[in-house]
Design a binder for this molecule. Structure first.
Ligand SMILES: C[S@@+](CC[C@H](N)C(=O)[O-])C[C@H]1O[C@@H](n2cnc3c(N)ncnc32)[C@H](O)[C@@H]1O
Length: 333
């Protein structure tokens, strides 16, 4: 049974705990979610060849910010790799700091990033033009206005600073069956995209695009909360509009399930997504359905479809793309 907090957000829904702020973020913040985020961090690192930071930042930068830092896994990695940089992580929910050793150059702030940046008088930790590097990863379920979000990060950046966003685009692609013609070898490898084709529409993987019922249902529930499951491929153009330059786009195949042609790291990620998808998407669909007043029977059909999709030892054999987009605030002239 859902309990409603004073903000109207559900603090507990079907046994899972959620943040109680007015922010849009739709996923839980309990121990189970912390474990998922920790595992996801490790697997993403494998998927990206051990690389977290893609922007060409120098080791002498003074400060960095990880927005929506979750358990602090990425924040801690950045602070360890850049020991002379003061690194902050901000999140709606408290960061479980007991998971790692404390670092002298790392600090956490609890709050809604969008609200804190707009605060008047300004919070001294979020002064305009004060950061050398701003990073965020997997905020699709939390950001309702991506242009405003990118504009805010650009406003916080110093001239010459880099901004890096790592976000999914939840358009789905179905891997060919063993009996189908083989996919071109580059289909399942990471690649750079030009600014003229940030969606990769000319890439051979486009031929495998699919739109299962449950993803349509989830998409419409997210849209009813002004959330955009396809944000990853749009960020480059938001960065361009925000006045950033040197924009670089790289995307990584993120499988659900396992099939021939995947690297061991991609297969490990695929096993993880396959296992977590039904237990993550089902409850989220029910919660969003309740909050948006969606027809309950239809939502249940979506939940059943998602459970069907990810059943079986090798799961759904689909993939989506995770985009890494870096942009630079023009240096002062
Ligand atoms: C899917 S988790 C990803 C966590 C982390 N970035 C990572 O990759 O491991 C998204 C996180 O963003 C936080 N979040 C969402 N909206 C936010 C906002 N407006 N301000 C601060 N944090 C936010 C959530 O609380 C959650 O911890």
């Amino acid at each position: 049974m859902a309990t409603l907090s004073s903000t109207g957000a559900a603090a507990v829904f079907e046994g899972r705990k959620y943040h109680e702020t007015t922010a849009a973020y739709a996923l839980p913040n309990d121990n189970l979610e912390h474990q998922r985020l920790e595992q996801q961090h490790e697997l993403l690192s494998g998927l990206m060849g051990g690389k977290l930071v893609h922007a060409p930042i120098s080791h002498s930068i003074a400060n960095a910010l990880d927005i929506g830092c979750g358990t602090g896994a990425a924040t801690h990695t950045i602070a360890s790799a850049y020991p002379s940089t003061k690194v902050y992580g901000i999140d709606l929910s408290p960061v479980p700091e007991h998971l790692r050793t404390r670092l002298p150059n790392l600090g956490y702030i609890q709050g809604d990033f969008n609200a804190i940046v707009e605060k008047k008088p300004p919070d001294p930790r979020f002064l305009l033009g004060s950061y050398d590097y701003l990073f965020s990863r997997l905020l699709t379920y939390g950001i309702t206005d991506w242009q405003a979000y990118v504009d805010r990060t650009a406003a916080l950046a110093k001239p010459g600073a880099w901004i890096e966003m790592q976000e999914a685009d939840y358009h789905w692609y179905r891997a060919p069956l063993p009996t189908s013609p083989a996919a071109p070898p580059e289909t399942f490898t990471a690649h750079d995209l030009p600014l003229s084709d940030p969606d990769g529409l000319s890439h051979p993987s486009q031929a495998y695009r699919t739109m299962p019922f449950w993803s349509l249902m989830l998409g419409s529930l997210l849209a009813a909360k002004s959330l955009n499951p396809f944000a990853g491929s749009k960020i480059a153009s938001h960065m361009l509009k925000a006045g950033l330059t040197d924009i670089r786009i790289r995307r990584y195949v993120s499988p659900t399930g396992v099939w021939p042609g995947l690297s061991p790291e991609a297969a490990a990620f695929g096993r993880y997504v396959n296992k977590h998808s039904p237990v993550t998407y089902g409850p989220v669909m029910r919660k969003l359905g309740r909050e948006t007043g969606h027809n309950e029977k239809e939502v249940e059909e979506g939940v059943k479809d998602v459970e069907r999709e990810f059943s079986g030892p090798n799961g759904s054999r689909m993939w989506f793309w995770i985009y890494v987009i870096c942009g630079r605030k023009p240096p002062a002239t």
